[in-house]
Design a protein. Structure first.
Length: 311
C-alpha cells in the first residue's frame, strides 16, 4: 500500500498589530476548510501565526510582551481551530509564541506543534536557532529581536510517527542549518514541516537582499534532497507593520524538486500529494546513511590536512 499524505501549505498574508487572535484564527479556519475541500490530511500554518511578528520591534513592558504569548495550548482563542480540525478530520501544524513556567521561572519560546486528525497535540518543538539580536539596534529600519524575546528551545530536534509516516518539526532560521535536517533525518524523518517569517531586507547584511528568495529555496531544497525527506516550508508573507516578508511557500520532494509553490504574498493554500515511499527510495539508495556515511573518516581527513577547528 503506498503511503501518501496530502499536505496543504497554508501561507498567511500579513497579520497586523491591531488584528485580534480571534480574527486570525478565522483566517486559519478558512484555510483549513479549503484544505479539507482539497483532500488534505495535514495543513501546515506558519511561524508565530497568531500575531504580527513582534520581534520586528522593541518592547520593554513585560505585560505588553507577554500579551503576544500563549500560556496554554489550545488557548481560548485557538480552541475553535482545534474544534474545527477535529470536526473536519484534518491535522495541522501551528507556530506560536509560547509562555511556559519551568522550575518556577517564566520562559518564552518560539514554538510549533503538530496536531492529529483527532485534534490532539502529537508533538511540540521549540526553536533552537534564534536569529537576530538580544538588545535593541538603534538606527535600523526594523528590529530582529528573537534573541531578546525568546529562550533557546530545550526540546531538541525530534520526529513523531504520525499520518502514516515519520514527521519532524523545525522553525524558520533552523531551515538554513544542515544539522537541523540531518538530526531529523538520522531519526528517520520522511516529512519536515516548518513556518517562516523572512524579511526581504536584511538590515545587517543588505548586500544579500537580492538573494533572499534564492537562499530560502536553496536551503530547503538541499535539506530535502541531502536527507531524503519531503520539506514543507510555509511563509507569513507580505508587508506587515512596515516589514516586507517573502512568500514562496513551498512543498519540496525528496528529489529536491519543488512540487508546489505559492505565487502571492497573501493567504494562499498550496497542496501536494506527498509519497512518503519516495523518501524511502532515496534513504535506501544514495542516502542510505548506515551503508554510505563514513563518519569515522571525516575527522581523519581533517587531521591529515592539518586543519584545526577550535570552539
Ligand atoms: N524568523 C526567522 O527566523 N527569520 C530569519 C530571518 C531574520 C533571517 C530567517 O532565517 O528567515
Amino acid at each position: 500500500m503506498p503511503r501518501t499524505i496530502i499536505v496543504g501549505a497554508a501561507q498567511l498574508g500579513p497579520v497586523h498589530r491591531s488584528e485580534s487572535r480571534a480574527d486570525v484564527v478565522k483566517r486559519l479556519i478558512t484555510l483549513l476548510r479549503e484544505g479539507k475541500a482539497r483532500g488534505c490530511d495535514l495543513v501546515v500554518f506558519t511561524e508565530v501565526a497568531l500575531t504580527a511578528f513582534f520581534p520586528h520591534w522593541h518592547m520593554t513592558d513585560p505585560a505588553e510582551i507577554d500579551a503576544y504569548f500563549e500560556s496554554s495550548m489550545p488557548s481560548p482563542a485557538t480552541q475553535p481551530l482545534f474544534d474545527e480540525a477535529l470536526r473536519l478530520g484534518v491535522g495541522f501544524h501551528l507556530g506560536y509564541a509560547e509562555l511556559a513556567v519551568e522550575d518556577g521561572q517564566k520562559r518564552h519560546y518560539n514554538t510549533a506543534i503538530l496536531v492529529g486528525k483527532d485534534g490532539r497535540i502529537i508533538g511540540k518543538y521549540r526553536k533552537i536557532h534564534l536569529p537576530g539580536w538580544d538588545c535593541e539596534q538603534p538606527g535600523q529600519p526594523f528590529q530582529n529581536l528573537e534573541k531578546y524575546y525568546f529562550d533557546v528551545g530545550n526540546l531538541g530536534f525530534r520526529v513523531w510517527r504520525a499520518f502514516d509516516g515519520i514527521i519532524g518539526l523545525c522553525i524558520c532560521n533552523d531551515r538554513r542549518w544542515p544539522e537541523t535536517y540531518r538530526v531529523l533525518a538520522l531519526q528517520g524523518a520522511e516529512l519536515i514541516v516548518l513556518g517562516y517569517n523572512t524579511p526581504v531586507h536584511n538590515p545587517a547584511l543588505p548586500s544579500t537582499d537580492l538573494l533572499v528568495n534564492f537562499h530560502n529555496q536553496l536551503s530547503m531544497q538541499a535539506g530535502a534532497y541531502q536527507n531524503a525527506t519531503w520539506v514543507v516550508g510555509v511563509a507569513k508573507a507580505g508587508e506587515e507593520e512596515g516589514v516586507l516578508q517573502i512568500g514562496q511557500s513551498s512543498i519540496i520532494a525528496p528529489s529536491g524538486e519543488v512540487v508546489a509553490m505559492a505565487t502571492t504574498l497573501e493567504d494562499e493554500l498550496i497542496v501536494a500529494k506527498c509519497d512518503l515511499d519516495l523518501a524511502q527510495m532515496y534513504k535506501q539508495n544514495v542516502f542510505n546513511f548506515a551503508k554510505n556515511r563514513r563518519i569515522e573518516h571525516y575527522g581523519l581527513i581533517t587531521q591529515q590536512r592539518g586543519v584545526v577547528v577550535e570552539g
